[in-house]
Design a protein around this ligand. Structure first.
Ligand code: GRF
Length: 196
């Protein structure tokens, strides 16, 4: 079995959607992969307990205990290398990763961002889309490159921005689509993988 490792920082709802898709859509039998581990940079990430309940190995690497971004990224890279991951999935992982880390996992490191990239990279995407008067918002699954939120796009989902939308209402509408989009994008990536 080849390994997929998922990185989270918070509630982990995208991670849960991916784990459920892997089970329901038999990624093990079809693509020879398993979700081997979930790693968080925050001990209080709610998704950790859920993943543990599913029998998935979980780990916390607390970035605040490292002297620099580079030393944290090096420790994270070493931990992930223990799984020799075929794919590293960032799912609400709220850390900027250094170029060395990104280059090490080049071609097998993907992220979901809650906007229609290349518009609104970075934070506060929903409020910024509302403030600009956008009529559509959405989410993007993309390869991670050293250029934040700018890697090649794998998949997108579009939702309408409704009159009177707040950032939290729009965020919830986008998140529902993220839960469909991310597993679908990973499945597409797996179906094109060299070993399948
Ligand atoms: C998602 O909107 C994701 O796109 C963004 O952070 C949120 C994470 O949610 N980067 P969850 O932890 O997957 O529930």
């Amino acid at each position: 079995m080849k390994n997929i490792v998922i990185l989270i920082s918070g509630s982990g709802s995208n991670m849960a959607a991916i784990v459920q898709a892997a089970q329901q859509r038999r990624w093990g039998a079809r693509f020879g992969v398993q979700i081997a581990a979930v790693v968080s940079n925050r001990a209080d990430a709610a998704g950790l307990a859920w993943a543990q309940d599913q029998g998935i190995a979980v780990a916390v690497l607390d970035h605040t205990t490292y002297a620099s971004r580079e030393s944290f990224d090096a420790a994270l890279q070493a931990h992930l290398d223990g799984y020799a991951p075929a794919l590293v999935v960032l799912a609400g992982f709220m850390r900027i990763l250094s170029a060395d880390f990104v280059n090490h996992f080049a071609g097998r490191l993907i992220n979901i961002h809650p906007s229609l990239l290349p518009a609104f990279g970075g934070l506060h995407t929903h409020q910024r889309a509302i403030d600009m008067g956008c009529q559509f918002a959405g989410a993007t699954v993309h390869h991670v490159t050293a250029d934040l939120d700018h890697g090649p796009i794998l998949a997108q989902a579009v939702v309408p921005v409704l009159p009177g939308d707040t950032a939290s209402a729009l965020s919830a509408r986008v998140l529902t689509q993220e839960h469909l989009l991310y597993p679908q994008a990973i499945e597409g990536w797996l179906s094109r993988a060299s070993w399948v």
